[in-house]
Design a protein around this ligand. Structure first.
Ligand code: NAP
Length: 295
């Protein structure tokens, strides 16, 4: 079978062009900048690399950044910092890079981020809204995957999708987003029995396990669409969670150049959206205030 590549770099470029135009329009309309605050706690090398990529992307589209690198911190300290950033009118979005060190109560910190500024879509409010098919800010990676599928006009309605992985940042929101698009979704995890059969029956396979080439090519159904969110370094080379599906998949995301660049572009898109929403909210409040005063 001829396999087609789902080119994440191309999708990211198209999102970035749109974001760049919206940033320019925002600056012109409001005489103001858009600013993303980024927080890293600890010395996780991968987190530093990811943040670097995100900051570079912000630069490309004209989003300003304010960076916080904190080698050690407590949950209470981090909550206070986030609360200050919530109140800081110069900050439009807050990105708390995960994973956080074990001493930090991760969800408590994510939940402190104002829903208006939760551009990585990781707090309970953003997750809960998805259950009602309302996505202010979907988590960046699964939203990015939906962006890839939309870009290539891949039909989800009625398709059998198998998501392998159920993390809060990836597997679970991914499954919910696919469900919201009318796919029939199976979520697999470390306790799933006969994973091979689950994968074999899927039209769309989304891998989010974090184990290099864990899903075998021989498990895939002929013509399946394979989205590999995995990113593993093996002997200095980046490898996905799925064995290269070329020849069996109808479409697949490459590693690198698949899900990664679109995740970053989606974060930029969410940041612009948050800035636009904040201005719209202020204007609605002013209009409401004037209306009340005139009464
Ligand atoms: P995670 O929190 O470690 O979750 C891994 C999931 O895989 C868990 O739900 C786990 O199940 C499941 N799993 C582990 N062993 C399994 C097995 N033998 N069979 C079936 N399921 C199994 O990882 P994550 O944060 O979701 O990330 C997953 C991958 O995506 C990683 O490679 C990560 O680097 C990558 N990632 C990429 C991007 C990007 O932008 N490209 C962004 C985020 C993450 P249990 O719940 O039962 O433990």
């Amino acid at each position: 079978m001829k396999s087609n590549i789902l080119d994440g770099k191309l999708v990211a470029k198209s999102i970035e062009t749109n974001v760049r135009n919206r940033v320019l329009e925002y600056e012109e309309n409001y005489n103001d900048n858009i600013t993303l605050a980024t927080i890293i706690i600890g010395n996780n090398k991968a987190s530093k690399t990811y943040i670097k990529m995100k900051l570079k992307a912000c630069q490309r589209v004209g989003i300003q950044t304010r960076e916080y690198y904190l080698p050690e911190f407590t949950t209470e300290g981090l909550i206070s910092l986030i609360q200050m950033l919530n109140e800081d009118s110069e900050i439009n979005g807050i990105l708390l890079q995960h994973p956080l060190p074990k001493n930090i109560d991760e969800q408590k910190c994510f939940d402190t981020i104002s829903p208006l500024k939760d551009v990585d879509g990781l707090n309970s409010h953003s997750f809960g809204k998805m259950s009602f098919k309302e996505t202010d800010f979907g988590a960046a990676t699964p939203t990015g995957i939906i962006n890839i599928l939309d870009f290539y006009n891949i039909k989800l309605e009625g398709q059998k999708a198998c998501v392998i992985g159920r993390s809060q940042i990836l597997g679970k929101p991914m499954a919910l987003m696919l469900l919201n698009k009318d796919a029939t979704v199976t979520i697999c995890h470390s306790k799933t029995q006969n994973l091979e059969n689950e994968v074999k029956s899927a039209d769309i396979v989304i891998a989010a396990v974090g184990k290099p080439e864990f899903i075998k090519k021989s498990w895939l159904k002929e013509g399946a669409i394979v989205i590999d969110a995995g990113y593993n370094l093996v002997n200095g080379k980046s490898v996905g969670d799925v064995e290269n599906p070329n020849g069996i998949a109808s479409f697949y995301t490459p590693i690198p150049g698949g899900v990664g660049p679109v995740t970053v572009a989606t974060l930029l898109e969410n940041t612009v959206k948050s800035a636009e929403n904040q201005k719209a909210l202020i204007q609605t409040k002013i209009k409401q205030y004037i209306k009340e005063e005139i009464k």
